[in-house]
Every structure is written in C-alpha cells, then in structure tokens.
Design a protein around this ligand. Sequence first.
Ligand code: AMP
Ligand code: ZN
Length: 493
Amino acid sequence: MLVYNSQSHRKQELEPIEPGKIRMYVCGPTVYDQIHIGNARTFLSFDVIRRYLMFKGYEVTFAQNLTDVDDKIINRANEQGRTASEVAEEFSDKFIEQMHRFGILDPDIRPRATREIEAMQQMIVSLIEQGNAYAVPSGDVYFSVRSDHAYGVLSGRDLDQLRAGERVEVNDEKRDPFDFALWKAAKPGEPSWPSPWGEGRPGWHTECCAMIHRYLGTPIDIHGGGADLIFPHHENETAQAMCAWHAPLANVWMHTGMLQLNNDKMSKSQGNFYTLKEVLDNYSANAVRILMLQTHYRAPLDFSFDRLDGAVSTLERLTSCVKNLRWAAEAAPADGNLTDEDRALGAAIDSAHGEFVASMDDDFNTAGGLAAIFGLVTASNKYLSDAAGSIETAVTLRAADALMELCGVLGIDLSKEVAGSELPAELVTLAAERASYAGTDPEEAAEALLEARQAARAAKDWGTADAIRDGIAALGLVVEDTAAGARLRRTKD
Ligand code: AMP
Ligand code: ZN
C-alpha cells in the first residue's frame, strides 16, 4: 500500500521495519482546555489510519502523549487560581472522554510529559555530551541547530533563509536564534523538577522524542500530527533523535491538512473554533466522522454546519439501508434458488470491497472508501426494490454485514444506529388503542397491525413495515413470514 511521506514529498510503498508490525506515534494535545474540532480532525485521521492498518492485518502499536506541562497550562492555572497539575488533570480526563465519545480507539501507550522527566533528562545529557546542546547561566538548556547538519531536512527549510524570513524569540543566551529550549529554568511559582542544570521543566519538543525512544524505539514506522507541526516541532524532534541516537526518529512522516472555518485555520488563539464537545452534544459521532472522511486527510477541510447537516442525511441513508436489508432478509422465506438480482447484489458486494481496499491502499483515500460503501448502498436499495417478493436471505445479510464491516474500518459504528428501529409515535398510539379495545388479548390488535404491515411491504415502504413489526413485538408477538403468508407467534412460546 502507498503512503505519502511528508519528508520525501511523495507516496511510497509502506515497508514496515519489522514484518507485519507497525509502530506509530501521533503528537497529543496540550491539556489546558477542551480540544476543538480541528484537533479532532487530526486525531480522527490517525484513528482511521490505525484502524485500516489493523484491518490489513498489521499488529499496530500506537502511542500518543499528553502534554501536561506547558506555558498555556500554567497561564490557564494562574488565571483560575489553580495549580497547573489540577488544570492538566481536568483537561486530560476531558480529552479522553471526548475521544471516547468520538469513537477514537485508546492508544496502547499514553505517556504524560510530567511522568517522563527522567527519560527527557537522559536525552538532554546525551545531547550535551555529544556537543549538540548547551546549558546557559540562567539554567536553560538549548539544542544547537548549527551542530546538526541535517537540520531543516524534514520541513525543507534552510536555516539562512529562515533567519531572513521568520520571526523568532529574541534571547541573548542563544547561540543561534533557531536554537530551541530542551530544558527551561523554573520561574517562581511554576511547576519544576530538579535537574543537573537546576530546577526547571522540559521544553515541548523534547517530550515526544524521549517518549518515542523509550516506548517504541527509534526509528518508528509512522510519526504523525497536523501539518502545522512540521516546523518547528517535528523538525526539532527529528534533529534531537538523529543527534542523540544516530538514527532517524521515523521512517514515514504523515501530516493532516488543517480544518478551516471560512478559509481560515481553526485555532484557539484566533478564537474561530468549535469544541469537539459542543459539536458532539448536537450531532452523532458517526455524522461528524462522515463529514470529515469525505475529504482526504492531507487536504484542507472546510467545516460548516450545512455540510454537517448533509452528513447527517448521508448517515441516515446508510443506516436505513442496513436496517431494510436486515429486515428484508429476516422476512424472506427460505428459497435457495439464486436469481439474476441476487447475483448482481453478490457482485456489488465484492466490487465494493475491492474498491474500498484499492482506495484506502492509496494513501488512505477515505473519500474513495466512502464512495465504495455508497455504491453498495445504491446497489442494495435497487435490489430491495427489484427483488421484493423474492429476497434471498444469505446475499441480503451479506450486503448488510459488508456495509457494517466497511463502515467499521472507518470507525463508523452502525451497531447502535441499526439496533431496533424507532417506532413512529402514531403507531405506538395505534398499537396501544388496539391492545386496549382488544381487552386482555393483544392478538387482535396485532392482526390489525399485521394488515398495515402487509400494505407497507406491498408499497415497498420498508421503514414503516419495519416499525410496524416492532409495534407488534411490543405487544409480545413476533411476525413469522411463511410460504403461506405472515402469521403471528407469541414471543415466549
Ligand atoms: P495542539 O494541542 O495545539 O498541539 O494540537 C493538537 C493536534 O491538533 C496537533 O496535531 C495539531 O497539528 C492539530 N491541529 C491543530 N489545529 C488544527 C486544525 N485547524 N486542523 C487540523 N488539525 C489541527
Ligand atoms: Zn510531538
């Protein structure tokens, strides 16, 4: 399968370091607030990448950090009169909670910066010993970008051009303006740890590198994050790894495009954001996933609530198709003779599978994967209408299962959405009315409903027919479709 490597700027064959295994790392959030849906897009993209690699049979080890010490956390804590660790703990928990709501699989390893101080200090010591880092009188330790001849390779930047073009923090103690802090001397009231350079805390770029080395070993197969992390964060990570351990940090670097609102990158600092929580409070995780996966992970994604409403309808098309397939299969009499329609549906299942895999094998083209799924939805709906009256159970169930399975690979979990259809209110009333004037015998009521169901089936209104069957079930009866027609049976017979 082909994967786009941001470092080589091209798609390349995925060649795991250890056959059959993938070790991957995705930079996690800085936990000072609820994450926004831009952050969520990046985490979702890598969730789908991970799920697809697992679907392909790889044993995937996935690590993601929590940056739980940082200026933003300290500032938030000061604003609120709390400790930095209280703020970090609250938003670590909230981040994990929202990831679960969004259906994102837990990482196998979730290291936290504040618990990895020793590993980071070891790395810094080694960088100083090898001449790639230096401590200054204030107690900061800097990485010397000039000591690394490969600096700039990942992001394709040249230090001299950078110097002319970009603004950097001015600091007299740095030997080069692009030198970055591996260790920051503590300011009064900040969280800090003892170190050979005095009390202080790690720099942001240091944690991922030390964690990857400790938990996964370098190089790893895939390192990911949003495209805004390529420079300086990932450039700095890879520079540290190369200098400390003389091996690249990762074989493949993968970066997601930015989620935008009115053509602007969604970001906390610009104030143009929606939190994942507020979106999931109002929309199902599956609908948000469909919206996001309609765009390739590397392309910018324009978010709007209109598009999200569109994704809700798309999801409804999918779930009603699965429900109708299941219901039709359940209602179908056993037969065994395959018709042309049955064979066509069988072929559509196979080609949906093939198209799904071909798309996803091409650098995780989820839009193509969804198109394959919806191709099968169209074929299934056509089958349900063409073959009404001669539905073949096995192929119909296989179509429903294929839709569930392919959606599952994208993390779209349809199991809840298709479990038990919602009974329209008027049918509940009707069933209750019938049951009440039928006295203690609900069978008469059910008979009346059975007629309504037959009429719905004849009109190919599978949704209503399905709902009526549930109404009958609510009366303690099940419908059995036999060669001689539909009949009722008590549930507890
Ligand atoms: P942060 O907590 O700012 O480090 O962000 C966590 C992750 O979200 C990083 O991988 C960022 O690259 C990513 N990210 C931030 N903003 C966006 C956005 N608008 N669209 C997609 N990913 C983003
Ligand atoms: Zn990182």
